[in-house]
Design a protein around this ligand. Structure first.
Ligand code: EPZ
Length: 417
């Protein structure tokens, strides 16, 4: 198992280029199941979750014509295996994104239930309820979700809680259903808007993406997808915080500033200098950090995927910061590890109370989930002394060459077996 060794205390300086958005490409890959012909997707980030999704599509029968660099070409016309196996789905919850497309394309699906993960139970009850509302018979058997339908029908469906992949799943299923589907309390994440736009370019009839209500008129077929994935807003936010926490100065290139607006505003509130210049963002740390409060919300609120990284920053602020996690029930796995580095954090249910300290000290650390791992890397970059982070496969799920990008910014970081 790889580990990452970091000698902290060095300001990051230089330029970093943001890669394609993992959470935008995963639903688009699943959506290729809805099309006939040669799909071309560019700007694909080389991360483990994307490799898993590609493997899953191959298992379903897709033909991967090429998968080189950041471009993938695949044809799913012959993908007629309805089963997504446990060994793949258990490593990546987003595999549930093939459920809707398989029911729309084949009228049947057998997808292993995603195991819970470190950040909570993460059920897919809303995905299932929505597909049942579209006429599918869905049942659980031996840890698999089974689905069968003889033609999905449009429906009106209200999401009890905002669900990013739930909205994506039902939007994909509705694209080929008969009649009109209205999704209410739909997710407004940029990745959902992107999927709607890509489906529309392939011939789907979708309106309202980016608002609470998305309306889809089913069509009989979709043309192949041809798209360029946009930059990853969570990767961008992570490097913005890396510049701030190390009191360095970093130019972050290939961003969409609007997607990271809540992060920019929170950093500026904490007295971090953030300047937007077109598709680049310059972040300069160094002034004493003001302790600020944050509360996670679905987009366009403060993103839950940045909560752990922001908490690492607040451990070095002047004063007390209150961070509330409202999206997941257990997304504080990084807290215990940060405390072992000397952070002063108290948990009270979904709330973390952080009292800033002068400095953190390096320590042996254990990664637990993708964004908690990023938080530990950021804390280690700022800490005095050496940190060794194990289970770094969590990082490889969602960050392209993190240690290379950081060492190009002057970090003393290396990966060891
Ligand atoms: C997506 O997960 C992202 N993953 C997550 O990013 C992100 O943290 C999350 O959205 C919230 O923004 C992908 O896009 C692949 P949800 P998703 O369904 O869709 C509950 C990362 O780090 N819920 O929006 O799985 C759920 O338990 C990952 O890149 C139900 O109760 O999240 C959670 O509390 C981590 N029933 C809340 O809703 C359901 O059927 C939001 O979950 C579905 C969800």
């Amino acid at each position: 198992m790889d580990k990452i060794v970091i000698e902290g205390g060095r300001p990051l300086e230089g330029t970093v280029k943001i890669s394609g958005a993992k959470n935008a490409v995963l639903p688009v890959l699943a959506a290729t199941l809805l099309t006939r012909g040669r799909n071309v997707i560019e700007g694909v980030p080389k991360v483990r979750d994307v490799a898993t999704m590609i493997q899953l599509l191959e298992d379903l029968g897709a033909e991967i014509e090429s998968n080189r660099g950041e471009k993938i070409v695949l044809d799913t016309s012959c993908a007629n295996n309805p089963e997504a196996p446990y060994d793949l789905v258990s490593t990546m919850r987003a595999s549930c994104l093939v459920l809707g497309p398989l029911l729309a394309k084949l009228g049947r699906a057998r997808v292993s239930l995603p195991g819970g993960c470190a950040i909570g139970a993460r059920p897919i009850d809303l995905h299932i309820k929505g597909l049942e509302a579209m006429g599918a018979k869905v049942w659980l058997e031996q840890g698999y979700v089974h689905g069968a339908v003889d033609g999905l029908k449009g429906t009106q469906f209200y999401f009890d809680t905002v669900s990013v992949t739930g909205t994506a799943n039902l939007m994909m299923a509705a694209s080929l259903a008969e009649g009109e589907t209205i999704l209410e309390n739909a997710a407004k994440e940029p990745e959902v808007v992107f999927l709607a736009n890509i489906l529309s370019q392939a011939g789907a009839k979708i309106e309202g993406q980016g608002t609470d209500t998305i309306t889809i008129q089913g069509v009989s077929s979709l043309k192949p997808i041809d798209c360029q994935i946009f930059p990853d807003r969570i990767e961008a936010g992570t490097y913005m915080i890396a510049a701030a926490i190390t009191q360095g100065e970093v130019l972050i290139e290939n961003c969409i500033p609007q997607h990271v607006e809540p992060i920019i505003l929170k950093l500026q509130e904490a007295q971090v200098d953030v300047e937007v210049d077109g598709s680049s963002i310059r972040v300069r740390g160094g002034r004493p950090l003001t302790a600020v409060n944050a509360k996670t919300h679905p987009y366009p609120g403060f993103p839950t995927d940045i909560q752990a990284q922001f908490m690492a920053l607040m451990t070095l602020s002047r004063g007390q910061s209150i961070i509330m996690e409202t999206v997941f029930e257990n997304r504080f796995m990084h807290v215990a590890e940060l405390k072992r580095m000397g952070a002063d954090i108290t948990l009270d249910g979904h709330t973390a109370i952080i009292n800033g300290v002068q400095n953190l000290s390096g320590a042996p650390l254990m990664a637990t989930d993708l964004r908690a791992s990023a938080s530990l890397v950021l804390a280690a970059l700022a800490a005095k002394g050496q940190s060794v982070i194990s289970r770094v496969y969590h990082i490889d799920r969602g960050y392209v060459s993190m240690e290379k990008k950081l060492s190009n910014l002057g970090a003393r970081i290396k990966r060891v077996q």
